[in-house]
Design a protein around this ligand. Structure first.
Ligand code: SAH
Length: 400
């Protein structure tokens, strides 16, 4: 296969995708999961990847620069590189939940592998990976033997004609039924992921370092966790010494699971003595109602879902972030802390941070920045489209 000069340069520089409209010449039409070999203008090897005839991302690059045989050996190499990058996490007995393969960031585009304690969860974002599952499993068995392996298809994979019927829905490839989810540790706290009913692979592993920071900062503060999902930040705040935590989310089952996270950690004095409340409802409405009721908090965490999944939604997303900043600031006591995150890839970190800071300034509550964070080590970024996570920790003035 040959591609345009611009695509050739991008691939040489490490970009993991070749778009449909960058392809100039193709020796034959392949099927999903075929190996695509790319040559440059001088007929030299450029890269090898997986072909996906259904997606505008026609080829996902597995190896560029030097020829590589696609199969268990290459997958083993990628896995070994990924484990090396995460050495600190692999060696930490207090943290047994983290992302092992993060798609493009670990040079396995379209593939995610998460570890939750004794279990592994594999999520495929393209049917091009499906013909390679056996080879992938043999690499896993060798480097990461585990008692549970769950498989999840993305929405696109479930709906693809290239996907075999048996792989259209989540399946347990090995291990006992996952009725109670998969338990794991994070900084010594017990958490549970529910791969078959939850978001992502069952938990927001990408917020681990931000949760640790919340835990460090929460001592003595009443904490409001907006868009709490299963209470990841709520438990971290309680463990860090927050005397009271209010978790709020639109999803009732997520809030029940947040309560169970507190029960699971009742062995810890700080968690046992923290008063945890939940409130089901729309974040904007709940925050308005809390303000009207005169409720105030020492820390407000705001970690909403992506606000701009499609092109053209960026301005609306920034407006929504601004509104959330305004609402949160009204609820924060003097000297308190705002923690606001964004997982919208279409909004870059700088625009997001500026939006939060400018909104605070306009509200006469200029923030003193404690930290501006990005991707944790187990969610590496190798191409601009892959950078989605950012979080600002800021302190409001003690007196306005
Ligand atoms: N902060 C969480 C992850 C948040 S995911 C964590 O660290 O685990 C986004 C959450 O927002 C989901 O739980 C979803 O149920 C919730 N949500 C989506 N729209 C909402 C809305 N309008 N109001 C309140 N919650 C909402």
């Amino acid at each position: 296969m040959r591609v345009t000069p611009a695509a050739e340069r991008a691939v040489r520089d490490g970009h993991p995708w070749v778009f449909e409209n960058s392809i100039r010449e193709i020796s034959r039409e392949g099927v999903s999961g075929d190996i695509a070999v790319l040559f440059d203008r001088k007929n030299r090897f450029l890269a090898v990847g997986l072909f996906d005839p259904e997606s505008p991302i026609r080829v996902r690059i597995l190896s560029a620069g030097s020829p590589a045989k696609v199969g268990a050996g290459l997958f083993r190499t990628r896995l070994a590189e990924a484990l090396k990058l995460r050495r600190r996490l692999v060696d930490d007995p207090e943290t047994t939940g983290f992302r092992i393969l993060s798609g493009e960031g670990d040079r396995v585009p379209g593939l995610v592998l998460d570890r939750y304690g004794e279990g592994l969860v594999l999520k495929c974002y393209t049917p091009a990976w499906l013909p390679w599952l056996d080879e992938l499993r043999s690499a896993l068995d060798e480097l990461l033997p585990s008692s549970v392996l769950a498989y999840l298809p993305s929405r696109g994979v479930s709906g693809s004609p290239a996907t075999p019927d048996t792989l259209r829905t989540p399946v347990l490839l090995s291990g006992p039924p996952l009725d109670d989810g998969l338990e794991f540790l994070e900084g010594g706290l017990r958490y549970r992921a529910h791969p078959f009913v939850g978001h992502k692979t069952g938990f927001y592993l990408d917020q681990r370092e931000n949760r640790a920071r919340v835990r460090e900062l929460a001592r003595g503060l009443r904490v409001l966790n907006v868009f709490s999902y299963t209470g990841g930040f709520s438990l971290a705040a309680a463990a860090g010494g927050a005397p009271g935590v209010l978790s709020t989310d639109l999803s009732e089952p997520a809030l029940r699971e947040a309560e169970r996270h507190f029960e699971l950690n009742a062995g810890l004095e700080a968690v046992r003595s923290a008063a945890h409340e939940t409130r089901t409802g729309d974040a904007f409405e709940v925050m308005e109602a809390l303000d009207t009721a005169g409720e105030r908090f020492g820390m407000v965490v705001v970690d909403p879902p992506s606000f701009a999944r499609e092109k053209g939604q960026e301005a609306g997303a920034l407006r929504a972030y601004g509104k959330l900043t305004q609402l949160a600031l009204k609820l924060i006591e003097p000297g308190g802390i705002l923690v606001q995150a964004s997982c919208t890839a279409r909004i870059d970190a700088e625009s997001f941070f500026l939006s939060v800071l400018n909104t605070a300034r306009s509200a006469d509550r200029s923030l003193e920045v404690i930290a501006q964070t990005g991707h944790p080590v187990d969610h590496p970024v190798r191409h601009p489209e892959g950078e989605y996570l950012k979080c600002l920790f800021g302190r409001v003035p003690t007196a306005s």
